[in-house]
Design a protein around this ligand. Structure first.
Ligand code: CP
Length: 306
């Protein structure tokens, strides 16, 4: 298992053993985060975010600082020389001289692959278009493992925008490393792409549904996602689909008492705020876990953590 100087482009590049190792190291980072450390002193993380973010960018920056390293970067490409016409490749070939690792978010699918091709420092795909968000999938798995004490033998439902949801694509692929039963719930127009469905169906049991109600009583983990206005080519199509699902207390009456609800966030209106106070809600613990998982990732890539 080699993590040193390794780029993270797709969750498909991880074996089950490697995922489990990241989850184990993440657990050790919980205590480290409380006091901080200097293991990455002198190392620099560049966060190049060509799309908006709250959790991914800030948790990567916090993780780097907790490990004793420092950060540079931008969260609005219009404040970089991109605005003056600099190419993406030239931006990467510039920043690689200032940083030891680059966390990249981009609206274009394939941006992380291109960056890896040109960069001499590791690239961490921090969300590319509708394609993948592999470190979010590691956070999701860590949260499931922590809350349910296992990933195998669970019944997991993913609901919402399965077509454009990059966190969905990474999580569904990640779950193929485990013995889970997966339910995919979306309106017809937001079904997961056929090629991804085919890929995951060769490895685990997958059932597609348009309604949650029928399967809710048997679900252990409900992973809710936002219907993403910014990914729709046609605003009228978004207007038709927004608000399709809303998880509220009334709806959860038939759910298992210990069913947990996850969400990569941000949410709009797909989970009613009244759910936040119920024992089902785990999405803010998921946010906190993001810090520990990203500390693990940075220390495995840049440090002496094996
Ligand atoms: N989960 C996630 O990627 O959140 P941000 O868009 O705020 O980074």
């Amino acid at each position: 298992m080699e993590f040193q100087n390794r780029s993270i482009i797709s969750i498909r590049d991880f074996t089950r053993e490697e995922i489990n190792h990241v989850l184990n190291v993440s657990q050790t980072m919980e205590a480290v985060a409380d006091v901080g450390t200097n293991v990455l002193k002198g190392k620099i993380l560049a966060t190049l975010f060509f799309e908006p973010s709250t959790r991914t960018r800030l948790s990567f920056e916090a993780a780097m600082q907790k490990l004793g390293g420092s950060t540079i970067g931008f969260n609005d490409a219009d404040t970089s020389s991109t605005k003056k016409g600099e190419t993406f490749v030239d931006t990467i070939r510039t920043v690689e001289n200032y940083a030891d690792v680059i966390a990249l978010r981009h609206n274009l699918e394939g941006a992380a692959v291109v960056a890896k091709e040109y960069s001499k420092v590791p690239i961490i795909n921090s969300g590319t278009g509708a394609q993948e968000h592999p470190t979010q999938a590691l956070i999701d798995l860590y949260t499931i493992q922590k809350e349910k004490h296992q990933i195998d033998n669970l019944k997991i439902a993913i609901i919402g925008d399965l077509r454009y949801g990059r966190t969905v694509h990474s999580l569904a692929r990640a779950l193929t490393n485990y013995n889970v039963e997966l339910f995919l719930i979306s309106p017809e127009a937001l079904r997961i792409q056929e090629n991804i469905l085919k890929e995951i169906k060769t490895k685990i049991s997958v059932t597609e549904k348009q309604n949650l109600e029928e399967i809710l009583p048997k679900i252990d983990v409900l992973y809710v996602t936002r219907i993403q206005r910014e990914r729709f080519p046609d605003p009228a199509e978004y207007a038709k689909l927004k608000g399709t699902y809303r998880i509220d207390k009334k709806m959860l009456k038939t759910a298992k008492k210990d069913m947990i609800i996850l969400h990569p966030l941000p949410r709009v209106d797909e989970i009613a705020p009244e759910i936040d106070q119920t024992p089902h809600a785990r999405y803010f613990q998921q946010v906190k876990n993001g810090l520990h998982v990203r500390m693990a990732i940075l220390s495995l890539i840049l440090g002496t953590t094996k």
